[in-house]
Design a binder for this molecule. Structure first.
Ligand code: SF4
Length: 435
């Protein structure tokens, strides 16, 4: 039986794409292997949002090229954000690659695998719901992005926004529940813009209402929001639908208005803060996470300080911070020469991370002694782990719950990155376990 390995780097959207490609290759009759060395078909699912992710993928392609002589019949495929509409340059740089596929375009890959192995491709791309999904699974609901922030390559690689129909998503989530899933995270580069391109027009709140009715589904999350598209309706849906978790990822990217305008984010600091207040007022106990870029072209020390002030003011529960890295093909790479030296970017990133670690230490310490229901979704080094509705990672001490159970945990310890807790024999626990 021919074997395959899908190697993945990047965001949750890439993870979801890889799971779907896994399924189509298995339907064709290929067997998944854990090591690239053992695979007859190697798929490299790439990300180019950061230089480090791109370097990791190109490094792997280099190694696969050198190893070509040992695997002359192997299919090497590349998919994901590295693959734009014009592939001539990529083909010249990486002649060892047999096939290139843009995000969510699985057809070219299954075609070449079918031709090389003689396996039929018929039906392998229909209804790509993962067979053995995790308890908590990603479901892409809108592909692409229409925003064109000046630093971002995603709209050029993933294309314009395209929403999946509500009925298709309800069907997919129902099938996932039948396969053991308890929690879904609805994915979109700009998830709040879901549905504007569908007719009749719907929005994320409509979709969450529909999914909420699915029996067996315990929790609904969504990623990533855009401050301008997070409507009052969506915020109310988080507050009113019990299965929707009180956790919002709302990237601010920079704390200074001039930098926000240069980034073409479409909001000011004050408008962002207004949205934060609205969410916190409407959704009690909500946790907020965000994304931050430091060292954007032209960012002065004083402008960077505004980002630090923003961290202090909002006190996010988690921050994904990164130093600006120029992405070829973006507006910023064409028009905004880099001005912040590498060492200075490193210093700013360190300062932002140190401040945020302090904030998370304080926020998490405040949770010790409280009780939260967590969905047990895995195990790390012999300890069960799960997440609160606010997306706090909790390790469970001692025995107790099983994978997929929702249980009440008393928090006994905290670090900036996770919590530790034990199972509480409370009334609420019994109620939750029986759900
Ligand atoms: S909203 Fe901006 S940063 Fe996010 S994917 Fe779209 S263009 Fe990129």
């Amino acid at each position: 039986m021919p074997t395959y390995h899908v190697w993945t780097v990047g965001c949750q959207m890439n993870v979801a794409d890889s799971q779907r490609l896994d399924l189509s290759l298995e339907r064709m009759g290929l067997e998944r292997v854990g090591q690239i060395d053992e695979a007859d078909v190697v798929v490299v699912n790439t990300c180019v949002v950061r230089q480090s992710a791109e370097d990791t993928a190109t490094g792997l392609l280099g190694r696969l090229g050198k190893d070509r002589a040992n695997h002359p019949g192997r299919v090497i495929a590349v998919m994901g954000c590295m693959v734009g509409p014009d592939q001539a340059d990529l083909k010249r740089r990486f002649p060892q690659v047999d096939v290139w596929a843009r995000p969510q375009e699985f057809q070219p890959i299954v075609d070449i695998v079918g031709a090389r192995t003689g396996l039929s491709t018929e039906g392998c791309l229909a209804n790509l719901t993962p067979h053995l999904p995790d308890v908590s699974t990603f479901v892409p609901i809108v592909h692409g992005c229409d925003k064109f922030c000046t630093f971002c390559i995603i709209p050029y690689r993933r294309g314009r926004e395209m929403s999946r129909p509500v009925a298709e998503l309800v069907d997919e989530v129902t099938r996932l529940i039948g396969r053991g899933v308890k929690e879904v995270t609805l994915l979109g580069q700009n998830v709040d813009s879901y549905g504007h391109d569908l007719r009749p027009r719907v929005d994320l709140a409509d979709l969450m209402e529909e999914l909420h009715e699915i029996s067996g589904l315990k929790r609904i999350r969504f990623l990533t929001s855009h401050p301008n598209d997070m409507s009052r309706r969506i915020i109310r849906a988080i507050a009113e639908l019990p299965k929707v978790c009180e956790n919002v990822n709302l990237p601010f990217q920079a704390g200074d208005d001039r930098i926000l305008a240069e980034m073409r984010r479409g909001y000011t600091r004050a408008q962002f803060m207004e949205r934060v207040h609205e969410i916190r007022e409407t959704v009690p106990g909500v946790t907020l996470t965000t994304d931050l870029i430091v060292g954007f072209p032209g960012e002065t020390d004083a402008e960077f300080e505004q980002s630090l002030l923003m961290l202090e003011e909002v006190r996010f529960d988690k921050v994904h911070s990164a130093a600006y890295s120029e992405r070829e093909g973006t507006y910023a790479s064409r028009r905004m020469p880099e001005t912040v030296p590498r060492e200075e970017k490193k210093r700013r990133l360190g300062a932002a991370n140190d401040l945020q670690a302090l904030i998370q230490t304080e926020l998490n310490a405040d949770l010790v002694g409280l009780e939260f229901d967590i969905l047990v979704d895995g195990e790390t080094r012999g300890r069960l782990r799960g997440r609160t509705r606010g997306d706090k990672l909790v390790y469970v001490t001692g025995g107790g719950p099983a994978l997929g159970e929702t249980v009440m945990i008393g928090i006994t310890g905290a670090s900036p990155w996770s919590l530790v807790g034990d199972l509480r024999a409370t009334q609420s626990q019994k109620e939750l376990v029986s759900t």
